[in-house]
Design a protein around this ligand. Structure first.
Ligand SMILES: [Cu+2]
Length: 203
């Protein structure tokens, strides 16, 4: 919880520092509305066949969010800022279409807290294609939120590795989650692709 609060404070500071992204954010949101409609329609079709399992599976919202996060992580590890932006925008769309009915009441507050933060970081990452260091700053905070999300909602049935790089975040260190055991550093990219260690395996 403390981490989240710190994250919010930092996010607020960073937000002020990147007002120039505002126009882009609006564009992104307009695009999302279009995507959302088609996705919502698509979801309705899938829901009819799988509503039973979805309703009883609290991990449902986590799975797709984690998939988006991993895509973003891999783009950053490859120093690909534009792919990272696309993955950020995709995460915003995913979060927008999460069906709140699939979230058990006792987990709703945790979900809302963490989902709002993730959405904000995803929006900034989406709006800052070409500014990879700025995207990485948001990714530091997003990774903590994703780790919290995984704690509450599980890993979506996929083994995840919690990695730590002591050099990231101006030498303060930062964590990230990965789907592979091998270290592929999203903070340092090609400068130091294998800097870091696996701290935890989440099965
Ligand atoms: Cu930003």
């Amino acid at each position: 919880m403390k981490n989240i609060m710190i994250g919010v404070a930092i996010a607020a500071t960073t937000l002020a520092a990147c007002n120039n992204g505002n126009d882009k954010t609006t564009d992104v949101k307009n695009n999302d509305i279009n995507t959302d409609t088609s996705m919502a329609m698509h979801q309705q079709t899938t829901d009819t066949t799988s509503s039973q399992s979805v309703a009883t599976n609290p991990a449902f919202p986590a799975k797709e969010i984690i998939a988006g996060y991993l895509q973003l992580k891999n783009a950053l590890a490859k120093d690909n800022s534009q792919d990272a932006a696309a993955a950020g925008n995709a995460m915003v769309a995913t979060l927008a279409k999460v069906d709140m009915k699939t979230i058990p009441e006792q987990q709703m507050k945790s979900y809302m807290d963490v989902a709002d933060d993730i959405k904000e970081h995803a929006e900034h990452i989406g709006a800052n294609g070409g500014k990879i260091e700025h995207q990485r700053e948001h990714f530091i905070m997003m990774s903590k939120d994703i780790a919290d999300l995984v704690k509450t909602f599980g890993n979506g049935g996929q083994t995840l590795y919690k990695d730590f790089c002591p050099m990231a975040n101006d030498g303060k260190g930062a964590i990230w989650l990965s789907e592979v055991k091998e270290i592929k550093n999203p903070y340092l990219g090609s400068k130091m692709p294998d800097c870091g260690t696996v701290k935890e395996t989440i099965k």
